[in-house]
Design a protein around this ligand. Structure first.
Ligand code: GDP
Length: 323
């Protein structure tokens, strides 16, 4: 590991992932940080291709996120959406006026045949984001959720139904055909430190690792590999992670999170509230750091990022000494 500027690759979903991404980006050199985002929540609305997790990363790193909601752009208005509603169109997916420009550009470029990865890069550059935002695949990958009312897309379950329906099954459509992007493979293979953000392991991180080749590259990497738990006090900070963990047969504990990442990570960061789980995680052979993992303000995001990098670098040093 080059001790001065280790290459860092973060696997991240939307809101939870973007918080840690911002902390890391604040302390990293430009270009030092690569972030592989989730595209399995993408969906078409009003003829436009919307990529919520990638946009959350971009807007957060650009300092333009609506900090109260954790997604969408600050200083938004919804005149277009109001008019769509008046015209009888579905309006359950909130798309602000400023945000729509991103979706219009993305859709135009996709129709011109530009690779989605290049589009994401171009949008990030236009927002002056210095970290590399990388797509795991340029192919269509879709989380599908089976509920008593039938199969739903992720956005139908999450936004339209407000996570209310019981989850009977979760599937990832398109995973067999999906091809990993060269950018994602390189970001994993060339990283000194691989970090899994405190994102939903089932529908945010799972779809990244499920892209053929990416999970294997992650497992085979010699980088130090650390996950930050999205659970605090045995519950998700926000969102349906707890239901999804249980629906997929995992416990809603840090051991359950560790189970999701079996054979993939060397270390885990958990919250003070879950200190009692540290010993059991160590028994699994994991290095464990216990700290405050709730990131409400920028200072907390930066502090956690600093502690995390120190934790990863200590592990790298210990490994070197053991050789
Ligand atoms: P989504 O795609 O927008 O749902 O975003 P993610 O998958 O990246 O994040 C959702 C997860 O982030 C949830 O399971 C939350 O528990 C977790 N999360 C959100 N904020 C925090 C935080 O400040 N600290 C920790 N540890 N987890 C968080």
């Amino acid at each position: 590991m080059s001790s001065l500027y280790p290459r860092i690759t973060l696997l991240a979903g939307g809101v939870g992932g973007a918080k840690l991404a911002l902390g890391l980006a604040t302390i990293c050199e430009p270009g030092q940080l690569s972030i592989i985002g989730n595209v399995a929540d993408d969906q078409e609305f009003h003829g436009l291709w919307v990529s919520p997790d990638i946009d959350t990363l971009t807007y957060t790193l650009a300092g333009q996120i609506d900090t109260e909601k954790g997604w969408g752009l600050a200083d938004e208005s919804n005149r277009v959406l109001d008019n769509l509603k008046r015209l009888g169109c579905d309006s359950w997916m909130y798309l602000g006026d400023r945000d729509l420009a991103t979706h219009i550009l993305r859709t135009q470029l996709r129709q011109q045949g530009v690779r989605p990865s290049i589009i994401a890069q171009r949008i990030a550059e236009s927002f002056r984001v210095h970290s590399n935002i990388i797509l795991p695949t340029d192919d269509r990958l879709q989380t599908r959720i089976r509920t008593p009312q039938g199969w739903l897309s992720f956005q139908e379950y999450f936004v339209r139904e407000q996570c209310q329906p019981e989850i009977l099954e979760i599937q990832l459509e398109g995973r067999e055909r999906a091809k990993a992007t060269p950018e994602a493979l390189a970001a994993i293979r060339e990283a000194d430190i691989l970090i899994i953000a405190p994102s939903n392991p089932i529908v945010s991180i799972g779809p990244i690792l499920a892209v053929p080749g990416l999970g294997q590259a992650f497992a085979l990497s010699n980088a130090v590999k650390v996950a930050v738990s999205p659970l605090i006090g045995g519950a998700a900070v926000k969102g349906p992670a707890a239901h999804m963990l249980r629906a997929c047969g995992y416990s809603c504990t840090n051991l359950g999170i560790a189970d999701c990442y079996t054979d993939l990570i060397d270390g885990m960061v958990i919250d003070h509230q879950d200190q009692s789980e540290a010993e059991a995680l160590k028994q699994l052979g994991l290095n464990v750091m216990v700290t405050q993992t709730l990131m409400q303000h920028t200072a907390e995001k930066v502090r956690l990022a600093r502690e995390l990098l120190r934790f990863a670098q200590d592990q790298a040093t210990a490994e070197k000494l053991a050789c």
